[in-house]
Design a protein around this ligand. Structure first.
Ligand SMILES: [Fe+2]
Length: 220
């Protein structure tokens, strides 16, 4: 034992540290992979249940909006994760409610309204950046406080959630749903512009409108 020098101990400590870092990153990769698996499964199931869903647009449009605003790359990367996972809480909503062709009862609507919080609770347990969980819980909040689950108002809603909210509304209105046919992109753009500044962020709406009208961005 007397041959073991301080340098040897330091080297062993360094190797142990590297091993711990490796195991932690392996765990993170496995957990994230598991979560992505559920997110893709979720999007696929929702597509099966509600019909046509513009998967690419749900992810691509928020990214385009974020880059038009000039947000830094790390925020854009988080938005990519958040927009992919934003409806993961719908895994807990029964398919018969998601696919119901008629009007939802109050109870059914309250179950649907729980999905941002359920999604937050799922993601919070996983090592995604905290901002991703915030995007998920806030994506149905509206500037005037009429959204859910918390009725947050403008200054309490993060820009990432405001971006996902606008892209989500445009995607939903321009796609077919079991309870109505697709309303079309023009109607969707009219809707966000009519509620610009009251429900939806002005800058995000203006950029989204430009994206579709001037740059001829398409959801399909
Ligand atoms: Fe949602």
């Amino acid at each position: 034992m007397k041959d073991v020098t301080l340098a040897t101990w330091l080297s062993l400590a360094g190797q142990l540290g590297l091993l711990i870092l490796f195991l932690r990153s392996l765990r993170r990769t496995l957990v994230e992979g598991w979560c992505w698996f559920w997110a893709v499964l979720d999007l696929w199931l929702v597509t099966l249940v509600v019909g046509h869903l513009n998967l690419l647009s749900l992810i691509f449009a928020p990214l385009m909006l974020a880059s038009e605003i000039g947000l830094p790359q790390d925020i854009i990367s988080n938005i990519r994760t958040g927009s992919t996972l934003h409806d993961i809480g719908k895994l807990c909503v029964p398919a018969e409610i998601l696919s119901k062709p008629g009007k939802l009862s109050e109870m059914e609507f309250s179950i649907i309204k729980s999905h941002p919080q359920v999604g937050y609770d799922i993601i919070k347990r996983i090592e995604f950046p905290d901002i991703v969980a915030q995007m998920i819980v806030q994506h149905h909040e509206r500037l005037d406080g009429s959204g859910y689950p918390y009725g947050l108002s403008d200054r309490d809603i993060i820009i990432e959630a405001k971006i996902i909210a606008v892209a989500d509304v445009v995607e939903a209105m321009s796609s077919h749903r079991p309870y109505r046919p697709a309303l079309g992109i023009e109607k969707a753009i009219d809707e966000i512009n009519m509620n610009k500044g009251t429900l939806y962020d002005e800058t995000v709406v203006d950029l989204c409108t430009r994206l579709f009208k001037e740059k001829r961005f398409k959801f399909d």
